[in-house]
Structure formats: structure tokens, C-alpha cells
Design a protein around this ligand. Structure first.
Ligand code: LM2
Ligand code: CA
Length: 493
């Protein structure tokens, strides 16, 4: 029954524009990580993303990486994580060619969507020797140039000489975290001018192909002074997001990277996922930077990424409608700038995406039709593209956020009552907007205080115009389990 209700909301139609006349303001600050999506597939999805108000897409790493089948370790090369073992900075990978990458940035630009690339600059490959995807031969610590790209020799890498196999063995000292090796991955001497210049040339090359910003992979394993120097060499204002996983009691913390970048706040993702899962509307309403970390201007909020969906640190597509509810909380809150996530189903953490006979990644596509079990979170075939961003509500809420984000949050309230089954949390933005998220498996009917003028509004989370009435300063809102409803003064019947 529930499944039918939510399916009826329709996935493909979330972009339907309602019949409102007043011009809404728009500020886009929501991004989406499209894990292992090819350049061609991202180019094809950008019009949909742009129409919904998505500001940017984050790609998987675009540089040449180890061809896993060449290494002789028993891998057939299909694992996703070869992307994170650079061999050169040629823009040639399983996800697409240099020309395809340029075509993607052009198509996304046309759709009003920026492209951020995942920059793997802490390290090169972890394996002994082999060939890169574009044919570049390499050995551990030796990455010669073919086609005029990256050139590193032994002296360009750290030799930390502190742990048995030079691997990071504990997160107690910055030196070990930043100069020893992350799982054997050859650790670049990022303090060296040559290394910085080589990385800088790679990032500049990506910018010349139309890339707009960067994720700094494994930033926690690079001295913040080194990241600062690399960022300083980029054109002023280039958006950079550092990946620094917050770990309690560790000496390297996200705060050390905020002078020159924004940082994903893992502490937020972990808490919000757990609170939604537990139905703790009160805890969600009480959430504050003091309890999880970074201030909103520095924080990138997210619910799940490609690592956390594999180590169970957060919710994931397997949590079905709970993931949708948490995503709605992220889009309704003002705790940071949101990042959505879209990837593929897997039953083994190493399992790569669908491949073509030549070993390149198959193009993802989303119709919505192939995902009957979105709500329950089960029934996924291995390697199926999950298209989380097309799940009911999500893109509609992105568009709603772009209309209301400049109106400050005026109230965040938990809706729980003795004797009432279920719980919800509401986010009021004065007389501009209101969102309510059911964080329970119970149906709820609520009267939620709002400063929106009395009258009829359209629910931004559903296509068409499902009417929501405001009377005497209260919005009458009925919610299915885990459903979110959002209204704003620009979207009325
Ligand atoms: C990241 N952020 O800091 C990425 O988000 C994460 O996905 C990367 O790990 C990691 N850092 C390095 O860029 C992935 C994956 C690992 C994989 C590495 C390198 O999670 O499992 O390690 O990429 O491909 C694999 C093997 C590991 C082996 C290593 C080196 O799983 O057993 O270590 O390659 O050959 C001996
Ligand atoms: Ca390092």
C-alpha cells in the first residue's frame, strides 16, 4: 500500500512546474556526487539536474589510473577503486576520454550545472607495476611520461620511515597520517615545488577543459599547508572541497582546512543518518554546529558518499525511504551546503560498475521505472544504477531549496506528542517557506505553525500541484511514513 502510494508520486515527473505566476528568486547551492558515472552519462543527465536547480556535479577521478588487469594480482580490473590509483595525469580513464570530458563540461554548462572533478593528488598507485588505462607503463614510485603528462620519480614521494611497511598504522600523529602511505599508495611529497607544480598543471589542464572546481581526495593525508599552496595557485575563487573525515581525538581535523576550502562534515552525516533512522525528531531539531563540528559557511553537508555506503558509517540506498527522509532534512536545514549522491547497487564492497566488453564503464541512465523497491530499499540487482537523485521528492526539494535558501531559518521544531506514534521535524523560513519531514514509519497528520500567509500552496516534493492549505498560521500537513512536504510563497495553485 505504502509502496503503491509512493510509486504513484512518480519519479520521472518530479520536475513538473506548478502553475504559479510570481517570479521566485533562485540561488543554487546543492551539488551531487555521481559515483562512477561516465562523462557521456553525466552529460545526458545534466539537463535534468539543471532544471531542478542542482548547482554542480562531482565526477569520479578523471585521470589515467591503473588498468587492474595488467597488474598480475588476480584482479580482473573490474573493481571501482582503480580510479583512485593514478598512473599519470592524462585525462583518459574508464569513465571516458579527454574529448568526452570536454563535451560533458560543455553540456553541463549549457544546462547551468558546474562540474567538479575528484582530484587524487595525495598519492599515485599502490601496486608494484603494470600499465595504466591509457597505456602508460609504471612501477611503484616511478611514473614516466607518455604523451607529455605526469612525471614522478622516487624522490617525489615520501619515505616516512616510521612504521614497519611505511603504511599509516594509527591516527595519532600528523606526520604519520600525512607522510606515511595510505594502504601502500605511493605518497606524493606535496611539500616539493616540483610535485606542487605537476599537480597544479594537472588541475589547470582540467580547468582548461571546462572543469569548475575540485574535491581534494584524501586531503586529511596531505599537510594543510601543502593543500593551501596548491589551492593558492588556482584561479582566485575556484571552489575546492577537502575530504577530511572527522575522527574523535585525532590530531588532523577539518578545521585545519577551512582557511582555503570548504570541507565535508562527516560528523553531521553520521548523526543525521542515525537520528533519522531512530526517528529522533528532537535530536534533529536540536542539532547545532557545537554538537557536530563545522560552521555552516565552511561545511558541506551530505548523507552518504561512496566510502560511507561501503563501510556503513551512514545511511545508504539500502535504507530506502529513510535515505529520502534524511536527504529532505539536509535540503531543509541550513547546517551547510548540501551534496546529493547517486551510485550503483553492490553486494561486495569492491564490486565495480557495469562494464562494456572493452572494460570501460557502461553509461548510467535513469528512468525511474526499473526501481520498484525504492521505499523498502531492497531488491536491487548488483551493479544496477540506483539513481537516488531521481527518487520521489528529492529533485523537487532541491528546486524548493533554491527558492527559499536566502530566507533565514526561523524555527526548527520536533513534532512528537505523548501517545502519538511517529515523529516529524519542521523547518520554517519565516513567511517564505516551510518543510516538514516525517522521520517515522507512521502516517502523521499535523498542524504546523508557519508565517506563510493563509491560503493554498503546492507541495514542492510532488509533481503537479498537490495542495497544502495554511489557515490561521498553521499548515495542515498529512505525511506518509518518511515522506517530506515543502511549500513556499512562490509556488501556489
Ligand atoms: C579516499 N578518500 O580519502 C577515497 O574516497 C577512497 O575511496 C579511496 O580508497 C582512498 N581515499 C584512496 O584514494 C579506495 C578504496 C580502497 C582502495 C583504494 C585504492 O576504498 O579499497 O585500495 O581506493 O585503489 C585498494 C585495495 C587495498 C590496497 C590498495 C593499494 O582495496 O587493499 O592496499 O588498493 O593497492 C594494499
Ligand atoms: Ca600524504
Amino acid at each position: 500500500m505504502l509502496r503503491r502510494t509512493i510509486a504513484a508520486i512518480g519519479i520521472a515527473a518530479v520536475l513538473a512546474v506548478t502553475g504559479c505566476a510570481s517570479a521566485a528568486p533562485e540561488r543554487r547551492d546543492t551539488g551531487i556526487a555521481m559515483f562512477q558515472w561516465t562523462w557521456d552519462a553525466i552529460a545526458a543527465e545534466c539537463p535534468t539536474l539543471g532544471e531542478a536547480g542542482v548547482a554542480w556535479v562531482l565526477t569520479s577521478p578523471p585521470q589515467e589510473h591503473v588498468d587492474g588487469a595488467s597488474v598480475g594480482t588476480g584482479s580482473d580490473g573490474s573493481e571501482w577503486w582503480w580510479s583512485y590509483q593514478p598512473v599519470s595525469y592524462r585525462v583518459e580513464s574508464r569513465l571516458g576520454t579527454r574529448d568526452e570530458l570536454a563535451a560533458m563540461t560543455a553540456a553541463c554548462d549549457e544546462a547551468g550545472v558546474d562540474v567538479y572533478a575528484d582530484a587524487v593528488i595525495n598519492h599515485m598507485a599502490g601496486v608494484g607495476s603494470g600499465t595504466g588505462w591509457a597505456g602508460t607503463p609504471f612501477e611503484h614510485y616511478r611514473y614516466p611520461s607518455t604523451g607529455g603528462a605526469a612525471v614522478y620519480d622516487r624522490a617525489d614521494f615520501h619515505d616516512c620511515d616510521r612504521t614497519p611497511d611505511d603504511d599509516i598504522d594509527a591516527y595519532r600523529e600528523p606526520f604519520v597520517i600525512q607522510h606515511c602511505e595510505l594502504e601502500d599508495l605511493a605518497d606524493l611529497a606535496t611539500e616539493s615545488e616540483h610535485v606542487r607544480a605537476t599537480i597544479g598543471a594537472y588541475l589547470d589542464d582540467l580547468l582548461s577543459l571546462g572543469v569548475d572546481g575540485f574535491r581534494i581526495d584524501a586531503a586529511k593525508h596531505i599537510d594543510p599547508d601543502d593543500v593551501a599552496a596548491i589551492v593558492a595557485a588556482l584561479p582566485e575563487g575556484t571552489p575546492v572541497i577537502s575530504e577530511v573525515i572527522r575522527g574523535a581525538g585525532e590530531p588532523v581535523q577539518p578545521e585545519q582546512y577551512t582557511a582555503f576550502s570548504t570541507v565535508w562534515e562527516f560528523g553531521w552525516a553520521e548523526r543525521v543518518g542515525a537520528f533519522v533512522h531512530d526517528g529522533s525528531a528532537r535530536a534533529l531539531a536540536d542539532l547545532s554546529p557545537a554538537s557536530y563540528g563545522l560552521l555552516e559557511e565552511q561545511a558541506r553537508t551530505f548523507i552518504v558518499n561512496h566510502d560511507t555506503e561501503r563501510n556503513d558509517a551512514t545511511l545508504s540506498y539500502r535504507d530506502g525511504a529513510e535515505l529520502s527522509a534524511a536527504t529532505a532534512v539536509m535540503l531543509a536545514s541550513d547546517d551547510g551546503m548540501p551534496t546529493l549522491y547517486s551510485g550503483y547497487a553492490f553486494s561486495d564492497r569492491d564490486q565495480g560498475p557495469q562494464l562494456e566488453p572493452d572494460g570501460s564503464v557502461s553509461d548510467a541512465s535513469c528512468t525511474g521505472e526499473e526501481h520498484p523497491d525504492v521505499v523498502a530499499g531492497d531488491g536491487w540487482a548488483d551493479r544496477a544504477w540506483v539513481c537516488q537523485h531521481r527518487w520521489p521528492g528529492t529533485l523537487g526539494l532541491v528546486a524548493w531549496r533554491s527558492r527559499v535558501v536566502d530566507a533565514p531559518l526561523t524555527a526548527v521544531e520536533a513534532h512528537t506528542r505523548d501517545g502519538m506514534l511517529g515523529a516529524a521535524v519542521s523547518y520554517a523560513r519565516g513567511s517564505t517557506g516551510l518543510a516538514v519531514v516525517n522521520v517515522s514509519e507512521h502516517r502523521l497528520v499535523l498542524a504546523v505553525p508557519t508565517a506563510l500567509p493563509d491560503g493554498m500552496y503546492c507541495d514542492a516534493a510532488r509533481p503537479g500541484c498537490v495542495r497544502i492549505g495554511v489557515e490561521d498560521g498553521e499548515a495542515g500537513i498529512a505525511l506518509e511514513p518518511w515522506q517530506a512536504v515543502a511549500i513556499d510563497r512562490f509556488t501556489r495553485p
